[in-house]
Design a protein around this ligand. Sequence first.
Ligand SMILES: Cc1cc2nc3c(=O)[nH]c(=O)nc-3n(C[C@H](O)[C@H](O)[C@H](O)COP(=O)(O)O)c2cc1C
Length: 183
Amino acid sequence: MDLMEAIKGRRSIRKYKAEPVSEEAVQKVIEAVRWSPSWANTQCWEVILVRDPNVKSELANTLTPTNPSRSSMTEAPLVVVLCGKKGISGFKKGETATVKGDWLMFDTGIAMQSLCLAAYGLGLGTVVVGLFNHKKAEEILGLPVNVEVVAMTPLGYPAARGDAPKRKEVSDFVFYEKYPVRK
Ligand SMILES: Cc1cc2nc3c(=O)[nH]c(=O)nc-3n(C[C@H](O)[C@H](O)[C@H](O)COP(=O)(O)O)c2cc1C
């Protein structure tokens, strides 16, 4: 698949078939996380694959009732939870190397995009879920204090696909040489 087609064609999928996802396909998607770039190659991500319907349901309950992806969490055969180990990305000798602090969100964000694109290339659907009770999800999954849940995605075969939400025009966010002075 052409890379630009993949970047533009991937959509958030919120309706899934019950059809299982092969272990081979899951491993390919995980491989995309593995080869993502990260701060000084620190690879702070950790991934939890959830197939147990009870655990999926518990995780679904951490989403607000109005989150449009709530039912996707139990519909899809698999939920991928992307976690980050704290105090690694963006750190040098235990100290933050930049004013940005922990780069965990950045690195796991890239990894999530790799995962979503790889899944799309395999005909699988994903939707990044970020709006949920992270503390509750961490309790459900039994995370240690040095690891946090960042985002999750259902993973499965799409049952429906929505239209692409409108994007800003390039001229709305690309500037040349310096930030424009706006009056
Ligand atoms: C960090 C992040 C958090 C998101 N959280 C949610 C969410 O909680 N629920 C949901 O339905 N979609 C969520 N989305 C999906 C966005 O709504 C979606 O990517 C955006 O509307 C663009 O649509 P597209 O992915 O089809 O291009 C999230 C996306 C990102 C990147």
